[in-house]
Design a protein around this ligand. Structure first.
Ligand SMILES: [Zn+2]
Length: 221
């Protein structure tokens, strides 16, 4: 007679983990039902905010199932969600890529402060960036580092938000050089203060930061 736990473990090797949202049988990462719910939050025009000093490319709206799934990624540590979102973002980027970007892109994820990185064990923006680079062939650069923790931006005035993130980033042993073109990647875009601070540090060495690409934005205009 075969020992049951061993048999279960052997079977599990061939079975995919269940959907992290509802525990039903999953397709790739999510089940068909949850994937449809998430894709319903997708922006029809991901480049609709691609304008201004730091243009924004957003896969979806920060609401409903997207919000819930980003929580599963960040707080339940479901890394496969990050990779899948990176692939979806890349597919959307390839389809609706803003015009005028002819040079080869270098992708820089917004880093986490080391305390948070240690407690979480991974940076969700880096997972998304890796998925994005796998699909697009863009180069990943991890030289942007976060010097200190910033308090949550929510509820702060505009000037307090900017002060909160000023000096938050540095480049460490960077291969980035003047004339390179960088696309920043993060999971969520809210006020933009964090990404603007990161962009300023990279631009200070003559690198062109063309914009930021995120999974979801809370902007609604
Ligand atoms: Zn599901």
């Amino acid at each position: 007679m075969i020992w049951q736990p061993l048999l279960d473990r052997a079977l599990n090797l061939f079975l995919k983990p269940n959907c992290p949202m509802c525990d039903r049988t999953a397709q790739a990462v999510f089940c068909k039902y949850c994937q449809r719910q998430i894709q319903d939050c997708q922006l029809l025009q991901p480049d609709r905010y691609w304008q201004g000093d730091l243009p924004l490319f957003a896969w979806g709206k920060y609401e409903g199932s997207i919000k819930q799934s980003i929580g599963k990624l960040k707080y339940d540590g479901n890394r496969s969600i990050g990779n899948l979102y990176g692939e979806w973002l890349a597919t959307s980027w390839q389809k609706s890529k803003p015009s005028g970007l002819t040079t080869k892109l270098i992708v820089v994820p917004i880093p986490l402060y080391s305390d948070k990185l240690i407690s979480r064990g991974f940076n969700q923006a880096e997972l998304i960036a890796r998925g994005f680079c796998q699909v697009t062939g863009a180069r990943l650069d991890l030289s942007l580092q976060r010097n200190r923790s910033t308090v949550a931006q929510f509820g702060l005035s505009k000037s307090a938000r900017q002060e909160n993130v000023t000096g938050a980033f540095t480049l460490v042993n960077s291969r980035l050089k003047a004339g390179d073109t960088v696309l920043l990647i993060d999971d969520i875009y809210t006020t933009g203060a964090t990404v603007r601070s990161a962009a300023a540090v990279i631009r200070s060495i003559g690198v062109n930061v063309c914009g930021v690409a995120v999974i979801a934005t809370g902007r609604d205009r």
